[in-house]
Write a protein that binds this ligand. Sequence first.
Ligand code: CTP
Length: 399
Amino acid sequence: MLKGKFIVLGVTGSIAAYKACELTRLLKKRGASVQVVMTESACKFVAPLTFQILSENPVIKDMFKEPSHWEVEHVSLADKADFFVIAPCTANILAKLASGIADDMLTTTFLATKAKKVIVPAMNVNMYENPVTQRNIEILKNYGCHIMEPEEGFLACGKIGKGRFPDPEEIVEYIEKIAQMQEDLKGTKILITAGPTREYIDPIRFISNRSSGKMGYKLAEAALERGAEVALISGPVSLEPPPDLQIFHRVETAVEMKKKVDELFPWADVVIKAAAVSDYRPKYRSEHKIKKSEEEVFIELVKNPDILKELGEKKGDKILVGFAAETDIPESNAREKLLKKNLDMIVLNDVTKQGAGFEVDTNIVKILYRDGRIEEFPLLSKKEVAHLILDRIKALLKC
Ligand code: CTP
C-alpha cells in the first residue's frame, strides 16, 4: 500500500522522538520514500544523523539554508508528498497547526501541502486532556487531518494516563488504512442531501428546523476522500462545500430539493438523505410581507412530497440511506421509516441525547438494517460517523 509513496515525516520535540526512528525504518521497509523534517527542539532529543541514515535522505530542518538545487524547498516538498505524517506531535505544534502558524520548515510545509495529513500526538496526560489541546485536535480533524489517538499507560513524565506514543507498527497500519481508504469508493456515484429546507410564508418569514447540515457535509467530504464522485444538494446552511466536489446545488424549499434529487437520481448509485426536509409548507405564500393585525393568524399547511419515499418506490438496485432524528421511541420509529421508505439502512440519532443531533460536531447513532440488525455506536465526531456509514455502504455495494 505504501510502496512508492512519498512520505514527509515531521518529528517534533518530544521524548517519543526516538520512536520515530523505528517508524522511519518501518515506512522504508514498506517501500515508501521518507523525507524527515525536524523541528529545532526535536534535534535536541535525537541527532538528525540517525534519521538521515534510516531514511537514506538528508534531514531538513532549516528553512533558510541554501538549497542544493533551485526549488522553493518547502513548496516542492509540500507538492511532492503523498502523506504528511507528524509523529510525535507536541501540544505546541498542534496549536500552531490548528491556527495556521508557519514559523519553521515543518509548519510551513504542512500549511502548503495538499497531501493526506496524519498527526500522532504524544504528550503529558494533562496537556493532552487540556480543553485547549482537545479544541485544537477538533479543529484539525475538521480540516480533514487524521489524528491517531495516543495510548494510555506510563508516561515519561512519571504520570499514568493518555498521551503515550503508539507502537510504530500500529502507526504504519493506521497510515496504510488511510492509503487504502483513498480509493475504496472510486467509481461510486453518491448523491447526498444536507441541511434544512425553508418553507416560505411571505418573502421574509419561513418555517424551517434546526438542522445545520454538518452531517451531510461531512459525508460529502468523507466520500470524496475515498474517491467517490459526489453530488451534494444542500438546503440553506452556513457551511462551505468541500473544494473538490463534482456537483453542488443549493436549494431552499422541499419542492426545489425534490426537483434536483429527481434530476440526479438516475446518475447515482447511492443516495444518502441526511437533509431534514420540512414535512409541510404554507398553502399560500404571500408575495408581500404580511402586516400585523389585531386578529389571530392561522397558517394553513399542506403536505410536502416525501422525497425519500418516492425514491424508495423506484429504487431498483440503488442503495438508499435515510436518517431519522427522533425524540420518542426512537428505534421503532426508525424501523417503520426504513420499511415504509424501502431503504437499505437508516441512521438513527436520538436528538435528546447530549452530543447527538443538531448544530454540534458530534453524533451518537444507531444503524438499522432491513434484516432487523441494529448496530450501536458511541459518541463520535460527525466525520467518524460519516466514515462508518460509508464503510457499511461499501459492504452493501459488494453484495
Ligand atoms: N425525508 C424526505 N422527504 C420528506 C421528509 C423526510 O426525503 N418530506 C427523508 C429525510 O431526508 C430522512 C428520512 O426521510 O432521510 C426521514 O425523515 P424524518 O423527518 O425523520 O421522517 P418523516 O418521514 O418526515 O417522519 P416524521 O417527521 O413523522 O418523523
